[in-house]
Ligand binder design. Sequence first.
Ligand SMILES: C[S@@+](CC[C@H](N)C(=O)[O-])C[C@H]1O[C@@H](n2cnc3c(N)ncnc32)[C@H](O)[C@@H]1O
Length: 236
Amino acid sequence: MYRFPPFNPSSGRRCDFPTGSIFNDDSLEIIKKLPAASVDCIITDPPYFLGMTHNGQKGNFKDLSICRPFYRDLFQEFARVAKPEACIYFFCDWRSYAFYYPIFDEVLKAHNMLVWNKLSGPGNHYAFIHELVLFHAGKGANIGGTNIIAGVKAFASGAKSVDGAKVHPAQKPVDLIAKFINDSCPPEGVVLDTFGGSGTTAVAAVRTGRRFILMEQDEGYFLTACKRLEDEYRSE
Ligand SMILES: C[S@@+](CC[C@H](N)C(=O)[O-])C[C@H]1O[C@@H](n2cnc3c(N)ncnc32)[C@H](O)[C@@H]1O
């Protein structure tokens, strides 16, 4: 059984479950406490930033350079905690891809870009109905299919019927994360999510028989994720 490293409660809060833990703090701090080569798969969905406003003004793409050191350090931690066989899935969209790609590729190596077709309806300016996922293939990974993922609906178009209420504005469908886990994580392997939100990755890990480590800095979302996990174990 995976053993979690000693944790200093003064640097944040955590919630332990039979097959994983959720930490409430900055992921760049928490991840440093994980042992090297201890994680079998990383699936994470960071804030996309763009469309941000400063004092009511629309943000400038170049403003994002302030985030570059954070992501370089975080990806170096991904490289340290991931086993050589671990695949890494990093969500982004048509705007944030341009920011993340060079850093991801430099530190981790990008092997592909996955396109999740959210199956949502039409809208303005050729409504964008997809999200992107930067993908690093672990050593020996052998995943079939194509880079277009089309069978999983977003909340706006139907995930609610299987995932229950939407409790986070950027909530991903459990089935999408479960697909990535089933594609690449060994049975009972450890899945890491450093931007855990409402806990979707942890729920998907429980449903697919894997273990999980989730990190979420917002206390409200941390508590939402803990509640979701409690409900998930109760319903098993
Ligand atoms: C796009 S959302 C993830 C949503 C998630 N996939 C779900 O299904 O609920 C990104 C989350 O990352 C959290 N976050 C942002 N910066 C963080 C950091 N440095 N450490 C931990 N969490 C962070 C935000 O509070 C937000 O809930």
